[in-house]
Design a binder for this molecule. Structure first.
Ligand SMILES: Cc1cc2nc3c(=O)[nH]c(=O)nc-3n(C[C@H](O)[C@H](O)[C@H](O)COP(=O)(O)OP(=O)(O)OC[C@H]3O[C@@H](n4cnc5c(N)ncnc54)[C@H](O)[C@@H]3O)c2cc1C
Ligand code: SF4
Ligand code: SF4
Length: 339
């Protein structure tokens, strides 16, 4: 695919509003020519007009090769796996989203030297603005646990920082399914320009995902304007059939998802991957009791990281997962977004 350029990506993905906002193309452009603008509902990246391939006829195609929106969307629910578990961190993680299993596995991996960096998303506690980051210390990772639902930051832009700028060689990525699909394309690609990224990726942890909300559209356009709720008044967001907002004063506000339709990123509307089918290890809330994380262990890499955390008494697991609950949500996403 080396003859493709950002112009093909633009016509096939950006202009058709299929872009998920994963940021992979921005990260791997060797000319740093792609970027996201700031503002409400930014649908796709933009180019500064220079392109190795299109301007200078130098073989590249990196942005096109990594894009998860090229080709058909998957139609599977659970995907390939070797084990399903309900899991909990065996230590206190104050901001964990479900059972804290993702943080327990990754912090153990950092402490054991199995990985040297984690590419993930954090948020500013005052504004809730999400940022993609590289975390290298387990205490920082534990502090940053929890899910960022108003996400559109180019998560994988931080992969360039981790693998190329800071030269970490054992990187874990935590991402929603579109970012996980992009990471899988990087790993499988024969494009020489992507090889340094592929070599650096040691583990991909995928989160379950029905959709994400645009940060500015949700936090300012909706919550502040219509619900008179400033970002600093919000302690935690959770999506369980509705948006549940835990406020700093301990009270809850419940917002129907139908009221948030216009804040959902347009690219999410064609996405049919719920369970992060291309990850080494997937994690979500559904399928396990409240306070636990469902883990779908997909291959030996994922299994090795989970077993290490169990061995070191960082993670406790049970085999009781409600598979039908996961399949129900995954099928409903496929039906809704295949129309
Ligand atoms: C946008 C979004 C939608 C989700 N939708 C569902 C759903 O519909 N059903 C369901 O069962 N589960 C869903 N999840 C997953 C769920 O919220 C938890 O992330 C999962 O259960 C793991 O919980 P945990 O306590 O083990 O994770 P924690 O230990 O709290 O760790 C979470 C890790 O994920 C990272 N992270 C948070 N947000 C993002 C993000 N946007 N991109 C990349 N990394 C991130 C954090 O930095 C942290 O490292 C969603 C998550 C996200 C981010
Ligand atoms: S889906 Fe990701 S890789 Fe594709 S155009 Fe959008 S940001 Fe770039
Ligand atoms: S629904 Fe989730 S995985 Fe799909 S494009 Fe949106 S953010 Fe990405």
């Amino acid at each position: 695919m080396a003859e493709k350029s950002y112009l093909d990506l633009k016509s096939e993905v950006w202009d058709t509003k299929k872009c998920s906002g994963c940021g992979a193309c921005v990260a791997v452009c060797p000319a740093d020519a792609l970027s996201f603008a700031e503002g409400e509902l930014v649908v796709s990246p933009k180019s500064n007009g220079y392109c190795k391939q299109a301007t200078d006829s130098v073989p590249c195609g990196a942005c096109y090769d990594v894009c998860p929106r090229i080709g058909d969307q998957p139609k599977d629910t659970l995907g390939a796996h070797i084990e399903l578990l309900s899991a909990k961190a065996a230590f206190e993680i104050p901001h964990r989203q479900s059972g804290g299993a993702v943080t327990a596995i990754l912090s153990n991996a950092l402490d054991e030297g199995l990985i040297d960096a984690v590419v993930t998303v954090t948020e500013d506690p005052w504004t809730l603005k999400p940022t993609s980051v590289v975390i290298t210390k387990s205490d920082v990772l534990i502090h940053e646990a929890g899910s960022r639902y108003s996400w559109w930051v180019p998560l994988l832009a931080a992969l360039k920082d981790a693998a190329i700028t800071r030269k970490y060689t054992k990187v874990a990525i935590v991402g929603v399914p579109c970012a996980v699909q992009a990471a899988a394309r990087i790993r499988a690609s024969e494009n020489d320009l992507l090889r340094p990224y592929a070599k650096a990726i040691r583990l991909v942890v995928g989160l379950f995902c029905t959709e994400t909300f645009d940060y500015a559209a949700l936090v300012y356009g909706k919550l502040e304007k219509h619900y008179k709720l400033a970002p600093h008044e919000i302690k935690k967001l959770d999506v369980k059939g509705k948006l549940d907002i835990l406020k700093q004063d301990g009270t809850h506000l419940s917002v129907p998802l139908a009221d948030l339709e216009e804040t959902i990123r347009p690219g999410c509307r064609i996405c049919t991957d719920f369970s992060s089918l291309c990850a080494d290890l997937s994690a979500g809330a559904v399928g396990s009791p409240a306070g636990s994380t469902t883990l779908i262990i997909r291959n030996d890499t994922g299994k090795g990281f989970v077993e290490s955390a169990i061995r070191n008494h960082r993670l406790v697991t049970e085999k009781s997962v409600d598979v039908s609950a996961i399949e129900k949500l995954a099928n409903s996403k496929i039906r809704k977004n295949s129309r």
